[in-house]
Design a protein around this ligand. Structure first.
Ligand code: F6R
Length: 249
């Protein structure tokens, strides 16, 4: 794992956008795995600036990690809406090349299978990840086991509480989601794990320096050969100086 600690989230976003741009320029049919939540917003802002300064994204395919079950695409808290608002309405990725699980699908197992087929047909070059306060990646929550394929997940109480900041009340937060499984994440060629703020400091240290454990799902990233961890001073505050300066944690 490579580790980069930035003074500001904006700097971190610009750095990550440069990694994304490299893939977009190098690959003939670049496929980006994308995340939602507050963490990747500085990345999306920087990507929009790159697009405005000439980066063509017409040949890009995107595959999002997850979506809430039971809220429609036009709901302001759906991940489809988030992506549209923060990225897609500003850039030229064609709608037909944007993939997000359908959280309103009547047949959820069929939707999960359909999504795995999308991933199979479009191997991911670069996967962007955030991390939950409990260590989840996508919505792969801490558990005795991790699920490899796309699946329906019951969100844990701490995840529901953490996501409540985006909803009018705790009751409004969806309790289930569709998430990409850990296999698709680990099969990405490159992974960028982003985390900001002191509230992520403990879990980031456990994920990248601790044991590989299914109750810290992000720790499985230690098994991948090309992961860049992008932090700010807050989220890096539990990582000792020696580990910080190491090229490979
Ligand atoms: C969202 C996702 C989640 C978030 C995580 C952190 O698509 O996959 O794993 O990355 O919950 O969320 P924020 O960035 O809001 O702290």
């Amino acid at each position: 794992m490579r580790l980069r600690v930035f003074q500001t989230q904006r700097d971190a976003g610009v750095y990550t956008a440069a990694q994304v741009e490299r893939i977009i320029l190098e690959e003939e049919r670049p496929v980006l795995g994308l995340a939602t939540g507050s963490t990747p917003i500085p990345l999306y802002e920087a990507l929009v600036h790159l697009y405005q300064s000439g980066l063509d994204m017409a040949h890009v395919t995107t595959i999002n990690l997850d979506e809430y079950i039971g809220i429609p695409a036009m709901h302001p808290q759906s991940y489809r809406f988030f992506m549209q608002h923060n990225l897609f309405r500003h850039v030229n990725v064609p709608l037909s090349q944007i993939h997000i699980p359908d959280g309103m699908a009547l047949d959820l197992p069929a939707e999960c299978a359909r999504y795995d087929e999308v991933i199979r047909k479009h191997p991911i070059h670069l996967q962007v990840l955030g991390i939950g306060v409990n260590g989840h990646i996508g919505f792969n929550e801490p558990d005795d086991l991790l699920v490899s394929k796309t699946h329906v997940v019951h969100l844990r109480q701490e995840t529901v509480e953490s996501n409540a900041r985006f909803f009018a009340s705790l009751d409004d937060v969806p309790k289930r989601a569709i998430t990409m499984g850990v296999q698709a994440i680990l099969q990405a060629q490159h992974i960028v794990l982003m985390a900001f703020g002191e509230e992520k400091a403990d879990i980031v240290a456990r994920a990248i320096l601790g044991e590989v454990r299914t109750d810290v799902p992000a720790s499985i990233l230690q098994l991948h050969r090309d992961v860049t961890v992008i932090l700010d001073e807050g989220s890096a505050s539990k990582i000792d100086a020696a580990s910080r300066t190491a090229t490979v944690v």
